[in-house]
Design a protein around this ligand. Sequence first.
Ligand code: NCD
Length: 383
Amino acid sequence: VIAPPPGAWLLPGLVDLHAHLREPGQESKEDIRSGLGAAAAGGFTDVCAMPNTVPVNDSRMVTEAMLARAHDVGGPRLHPIGAITMGQRGEALTEMGDLREAGAVAVSDDGRCVTSSSVMRRALEYASVFDMPVIQHAEDHALTEGSQMHEGSVSTKLGLRGWPRVAEDIIVARDLMLAEYTGARYHVAHASTEGTVRLLREAKSRGLRVSAEVTPHHLLLTHEAVGLYDTACKVNPPLREEHDVQALREGLADGTIDAVATDHAPHGILDKHCEFAEAKPGMIGLELCLPLLLGLVEQGALPLNRLVESLTHAPSSIARLPDKRIREGARADLVLIDPEERWTIEASRLRSKSKNTPFMGRNVKGRVKMTLVAGNIVFNGGS
Ligand code: NCD
């Protein structure tokens, strides 16, 4: 019998459209067991796993192996995302029908943008046969070669090569045209620029079947956070400027951006304790997403109903998972939250194998107390 804290909230279980669980291949950073454990502690009942594993998830075999592993581990459900191209490079598309049949919910080359228009067109057409969204990491590599952070005053001050926001906008603009042309389902991963929000708003106003996600870090931090070469803030796409953050918040609030996704990207200590130029991009997110964003709600920058929808119903409908809305007879995929509990983000409190986050030491309010997947308790207040 559970006695929830007075004033606790019961919400539908959270769905993450974008996590890197590193298994197979980089289990020292994270594996399916630790990743799903972190997800449960963060209130997630469903986690979509990006394919930039080693080997890349470009086959039925890898998809099935991941699902078998998740089944053995138990806890939150894992939903593999297959690669768009074999090995996430080149022109050869994956066998998307096989990936779908094996259990993949979408295709993406995340970590590597599909820059060829003809490959993207074929990918959209092929994925639409299986009703899978194509999730694009929008980055024109010709414009980001060697770049380390957002191109702006901070990159100039630090002498680091900049990643201009137009490198994202160009690909989003092209892809929206291709999505319209093919009629396929297209999803923008980790939107980071004001331009992306504007392009999406226009596309949606014309009824295109497109969707987008934003990460907590792009909603909360700007390039100023990089300070004096803080590698914890190195991430793809990079942290942008105040007006981008404002546009992303507005886009999320008005539904132009459908979902919040963590882009949970675990990296080892040595991947971050090095020169900025050598550091791996990415930060963990599964256990921090909800408390960090409850802070935005408290500030009045995000309506609570949009936060809940963007972490539950919106991502589940993009990945075509069962409806997350709480109703009579539905399976109990739930998260219990104490919205008043204050705590400090510390490495010892995090279940993820990796601790790379710029939010370390931050005081937050709101704590996941319990997570249930199909009626089973998969996280219980840390015990
Ligand atoms: C991602 C990772 O580590 O897998 N990192 C990140 O900064 N988002 C891959 C990537 O998008 O580069």
